[in-house]
Design a protein around this ligand. Sequence first.
Ligand code: NDP
Length: 434
Amino acid sequence: MVENKLVHSPLITYGSMLSLLSFTPPFVILMWYTNVHADGSILKTFNHLRENGLQGLIDIWPKPTAIAGKLIICYALFEAALQLLLPGKTVEGPISPTGHRPVYKANGMAAYAVTLITYISLWWFGIFNPAIVYDHLGEIFSTLIFGSLVFCVLLYIKGHVAPSSTDSGSSGNIIVDFYWGMELYPRIGKHFDIKVFTNCRFGMMSWAVLAVTYCIKQHEEYGRVSDSMLVNTILMLVYVTKFFWWEAGYWNTMDIAHDRAGFYICWGCLVWVPSIYTSPGMYLVKQPVNLGLQLSLYILVAGLLCIYINYDCDRQRQEFRRTNGKCTVWGKTPSKIVAAYTTTSGEKKTSLLLTSGWWGLARHFHYVPEILAAFFWSVPALFNHFIPYFYVIFLIILLLDRAKRDDDRCKAKYGKYWKLYCEKVPYRVIPGIY
Ligand code: NDP
């Protein structure tokens, strides 16, 4: 078993790991309760907790139920079947520090299309009413919270007793191993990739499924879908469509190529994505806002532009790497650094670092349009309540920490070459500011 070489931000201490483990589940329930039962008002929820203390939290915490379990299992099995059975091109992921290269079947876009067409058809033909999902949302989140915790324990055990590849190992600390994970590429058999399932086919897919669910529920409740809900849903669906269009590219990013399968990433994708990432839409179901055509269009266009820029940043980096720098970036030959590094097995390798285009503005400029896009699908809720903006605030914290973690990792990997990149591109995220 190899040593688990993880680069942690100094911000991530054992204390913060434990507090994240214990605070995030109540957050999920309070998010649901505030949006669905407290008119979107954090103050109402806060007063309830102030008056009733811990018992108040226990009282509002929905119990996991059989119907919630059935809905989750049907959805998970359906997605797992699509992942295994739908055809797709064979693609390779990036080479890991131990020299292992994962191989995938790129069928994400097909799975996404089949999922949405099936879900909307079930509703259209009166076979299944998605409003049921909204009506049992609290129980679904509660079941997911406990079910995913069990899932993460199983991942931890699997990492110890039956790792799928050489990219696995223990740090020697049980909390670190559970929180950050043991395996980089856990699989069931040769073909079923667990992180593709948790991150993409369960987590990201649930975002689109729930966005559609919220629209249908609002239609059932008010007989129409408000323009604010339409703008929110269109932007979130375009974002998720972009994600699946580019899913094979996602397999080259930090989530898959660097973060191991533990509580942080897997629980986050199984529980936090469906509950917190979809929360602006969850808010709008019962608090619809009328924006008018002009404002709706302004927000929609601004959001689409941000999603496009975020996509183009990722595309630029991947096209540059795929062609070994033999491409054009903003119409010109790209400027680059040839960065040498040594793998954990002692092999000498080189990577190319792009220093022009979006990647010449700041080292993680792609997080700016990501955050702005999230703002634009939240702002249709206008400013009556804070809760629709919780996701944007969370995203800012997540991505600033991620930029720091990635910088630390790249500094450790590329040494003087990363220093050269930092001299050439001095800002971490926002050009001229940070
Ligand atoms: P990426 O993994 O795509 O990019 C960082 C990696 O790219 C680095 O680890 C390094 O890897 C390589 N790299 C760094 N600088 C350069 C350069 N100048 N030229 C070439 N390669 C470079 O980042 P993320 O995974 O953070 O982001 C991917 C996408 O996911 C983005 O669109 C982001 O906005 C989105 N995202 C969304 C989140 C959400 O919760 N909504 C959370 C996180 C990301 P190497 O070792 O290969 O050199």
